[in-house]
Write a protein that binds this ligand. Structure first.
Ligand code: G4P
Length: 538
């Protein structure tokens, strides 16, 4: 094992053993299958195949939408915790799920603010696909460490060098092989583990069996020839020699800085390569990292509890109008029943029934440490971006809200139900599922989302949860920008542009328009007024 990187402080062991990460991938690359195998090795499930079943069960409980079932997509992200034992150390993995469908929402972005690392899964035959690229770029904004898993090596895949080159070129990141595949497709035998000098052989007969691992004394060990046929062995030796000459060697610091990604090759469905990837996460992946906050940064080793809300999911149980705020603990040791300060309202909040998302089921959390994800049921007090502390007035920063890319007008099927509609829309706005703008002129609401699918999601949820059929119609506007600046300048701007002005659910002023030209005009005519496409959640 390599030494811990120099910039990681000594953390209390309970915190140091935590690894909080998300999986980023293009639909169909194998994220679900890999998650399932993670849980299998984490001892959280007894047999592979349960995640899907569980997924169904979960859907009836939380993802309750018919559309999700019909299309087999998961619209809402969730979190799971499980243990993984490696070389005598027990690690606690917190896997935060990102929706896999291409039409993802801001949740996906914000999920990535709650993790310390990402596992990028690519399909060995397809390489880097559009969604992977998009998500990778979000990770890059935060210099998030990325570990790569090249899946489906049991099928015809691209040449190993070609895959590595493509990642290096498309994503502009150094790639270092952690393992090297031996054969591919029908002739895929397994991998040579370049970090531990081990030979891992895939067992095609038993998909759920952990691969046989043979310790090898370097590539000239005669032991290799006993397990790998001559032609494959020669190819392996030649390729590894080339790889060692041409590709950078593994450097943990570069991984932690987000400038290098180690790549493992495997086949999730055959449980192959998964354990090595998990070992990689455990051994080289980042421990819980400091959280940016105002007026000061929060470090995980601080004894006082601080956490921030990165996601709110309403009505996980349609029978109860409850909401669960997903909180990432940034520091301290949380114990059930603790009173925390809700920084935005400066009010105390007793956290009596927090939920830890253990892979098996939702479970009441007795305690949690920095790095953990906790669910806090509440009646709407907790919003995205909120900070909870033991009294200090700090505010986590860097949790973005994006200007929606699509705008539509929302009307209630029954015009007498406008008040109900307002209530429903406000709830979704607070949950972060959509932006809701109330125009200064005219009636109705303008709803903004990042992906078109979200309109359908909203319409179906409003009908299901509020019994209110709604229509989404084309809006005259296509862009929304938050307006900031000195009060007198903003007031003058509002007075002169009334037909473009609306307010979001926080009461902030928003400029709506159809033309980029309008936005440029404002920049020219109102130099003291700023129009921005992002707003920090507070
Ligand atoms: P996703 O969550 O990223 O969308 O992918 P998912 O795990 O659902 O996998 C997509 C498809 O790829 C599934 O097939 C899955 O069985 C298959 N798959 C995953 N890992 C491997 C692998 O290592 N090798 C091969 N050959 N296939 C793999 P499906 O036919 O769409 O679904 P299913 O009928 O198998 O459930």
């Amino acid at each position: 094992m390599l030494d811990r990187a120099s910039n990681q402080p000594e953390l209390p062991p309970e915190i140091a053993r935590r690894r909080t990460f998300a999986i980023i991938s293009h639909p169909d690359a194998g994220k679900t299958t890999l998650t399932e195998k993670f849980l299998l090795y984490g001892g959280a499930i007894q047999m592979a195949g349960q995640v899907r079943a569980k997924g169904e069960a979960r859907r009836t409980r939380s993802d309750f939408m018919q559309m999700e079932k019909d299309r087999g997509i998961s619209v809402s992200a969730s979190a799971m915790s499980f243990d993984f034992s490696n070389q005598g150390t027990d690690y606690r993995f917190n896997l935060v799920d990102t929706p896999g469908h291409s039409d993802f929402s801001e949740d996906t972005y914000r999920t990535l603010t709650a993790v310390d690392a990402a596992v990028m899964v690519i399909d060995g035959a397809k390489g880097v696909e559009s969604q992977t690229q998009k998500l990778f770029e979000v990770c890059r904004l935060r210099d998030l460490p990325i570990l790569t898993f090249c899946n489906k090596m049991d099928r015809e895949s691209r040449d190993t060098f070609e895959i590595i080159d493509e990642i290096q070129e498309n994503l502009a990141i150094d790639v270092t092989p952690a393992s090297w595949p031996i054969g591919m497709g029908r002739d895929f035998l397994g991998c040579y583990d370049l970090i531990h000098d081990r030979l891992e052989l895939m067992d095609r007969a038993d998909r759920n069996k952990v691969a046989e691992s043979i310790q090898i004394n370097g590539l000239d060990d005669p032991e290799l020839a006993k397990h790998v046929p001559e032609a494959e062995l020669n190819k392996l030796l030649e390729e590894v020699e080339m790889a060692r000459e041409l590709l950078p060697t593994f450097d943990q610091q570069a991984l932690l800085d987000g400038t290098m990604t180690p790549i493992w090759f495997g086949s999730a469905i055959n449980s192959f390569g998964v354990q090595e990837l998990m070992q990689g996460i455990a051994e080289y992946g980042p421990q819980p990292q400091p959280q940016k906050a105002e007026p000061r940064q929060i470090s995980p080793e601080e004894s006082k509890v601080c956490g921030f809300v990165f996601k709110v999911q309403a009505n996980m149980d349609p029978k109860h109008r409850d909401r669960v705020a997903f909180v990432r603990l940034a520091s301290g040791h949380f114990k059930r029943g603790m009173k925390l300060t809700h920084v935005r309202s400066k009010k105390p909040m007793a956290i009596s029934n927090p939920v830890l998302f253990l892979a098996s089921d939702r479970e009441l959390a007795e305690e949690a440490w920095a790095g953990d994800i906790m669910g806090i049921p509440n009646h709407g007090q907790l919003r995205i971006g909120d900070t909870l502390t033991e009294g200090e007035m700090v505010r986590a920063t860097g949790i973005p809200s994006f200007a929606p890319e699509l705008l539509q007008t929302c009307r209630a099927g029954d015009p007498l139900k406008a008040k109900h509609l307002e209530k429903a829309l406000m709830q979704f706005a607070e949950e972060g599922a959509a932006k809701v703008f109330k125009p200064a002129f005219g009636s109705g609401f303008i709803v903004g989302v990042v992906g078109a699918l979200q309109f359908e999601v909203l319409a179906s949820r409003i009908e299901l949860e509020y019994g209110l059929p709604v229509r989404f119609e084309a809006s005259q506007f296509t862009s929304a920008r938050w307006v900031t600046g000195p009060k007198d300048k903003v007031d003058a701007f509002i007075a002169a542009n009334k037909q473009h002005i609306s307010h979001d659910n926080d009461g902030d002023v928003v400029f709506l328009t159809r033309l980029q030209w309008d936005i440029d005009r404002v920049a020219r005519d109102y130099p003291d007024v700023t129009l921005s496409a992002t707003k920090e959640m507070m």
